[in-house]
Design a protein around this ligand. Structure first.
Ligand code: HEC
Length: 266
């Protein structure tokens, strides 16, 4: 019998370890039955637009979160959901279902035993550290906005706008903003917004120019001043945001500051 080298090696490895055996079987199952829709790797921003379903990383990330890391419950959910998918059961964010439609049932296509094997594998494998890091950054960076820009754009909402948080809580009685405070805060907001807006516009023009020059194979020495200018503008934007923060802190009392802090990283 003729064995190719890789096949021989993998057979040799498999006979050594049953756990390798089990997980490679699971890997095979998930590749055959799920990967056509759920990609099994961490999606890159460019991929996100063309996905047919949420990445498996994201599915398990949300699932574990929704089930408070109770893997037994999560496993039961996966086995049930894949056979009897239903919007009302869905734990993913509702925009996912709206975007992708409800998952088609795999009943009769994949056996419950195989689904159990797949579920174990999913819960063991995902989410990877790499994905958690990415999603945490994305969430902190103003909800997916970071995906839209070109690679070297800063996230233009990097710092929380205190005034934006305040506007969202403007009339909450518990915050107790006085009319005078509101007037002052609106002035701060206006100054902040117009400053940031100007910078954003300038950044956009610069960055488009940089991309164009770089695609055209322009000398780096000619591109560099523009890159330096981008860095300068970003520093200015940061200063504007810090000033806004400082001004707002001066207007608010300690109690009010404390109340808005929980909204800080949302
Ligand atoms: C034909 C495409 C397709 C295949 C194949 C597929 N899925 Fe899905 N799946 C989806 C879509 C679309 C969603 C998102 C909408 C939803 O939640 O129903 C989804 C969502 C899920 C969810 C999240 C449910 C929720 O909303 O909380 C789980 C868990 C899941 N799939 C597991 C699997 C597993 C395991 C397999 C393989 C055995 C699989 N899927 C195969 C399309 C697919």
């Amino acid at each position: 019998m003729h064995l190719t080298k890789p096949l021989f090696l993998s057979l040799a490895l498999l006979t050594f370890s049953t756990s390798v055996d089990a997980s490679s079987k699971a890997e095979e199952l998930i590749k055959t039955n799920c990967a056509s829709c759920h990609i099994l790797t961490v999606p890159t921003p460019e991929m996100i637009q063309s996905l047919k379903a949420p990445a498996m990383e994201a599915v398990v990330f949300h699932l574990k979160d929704a089930m408070n890391n109770n893997n037994k419950k999560a496993k039961a959910f996966i086995i049930d959901f894949t056979q009897n998918p239903d919007v009302s059961k869905s734990v993913c964010e509702s925009n996912k279902v709206a975007k992708f439609g409800v998952m088609p049932s795999l009943k009769g296509k994949v056996s419950p035993e195989d689904l159990a094997t797949i579920a174990d594998y999913m819960l063991e494998t995902y989410p990877t550290k790499k994905f958690v890091k990415m999603i945490t950054e994305m969430l902190a960076n103003g909800k997916l906005n970071s995906l839209k820009g070109s690679p070297f754009l800063m996230n233009q909402d990097a710092l929380p706008h205190v005034t934006k948080i305040l506007l969202e809580n403007w009339d909450k009685g518990s915050l107790g903003l006085t009319t005078e405070q509101k007037e002052k805060l609106l002035v701060v907001r206006k100054e902040t917004m117009s400053g940031v807006k100007k910078i954003k516009k300038a950044l956009q023009i610069l960055e488009e120019a940089i991309i164009e020059m770089s695609v055209d194979g322009e000398d780096l020495a000619k591109i560099e001043p523009k890159v330096q200018e981008v860095a300068k503008l970003k520093a200015q934007a940061t200063m504007i945001q810090l000033k806004c923060l400082k001004d707002s802190i001066e207007i608010l009392n300690d109690e009010q500051m404390e109340m808005i802090l929980p909204f800080w990283d949302s």
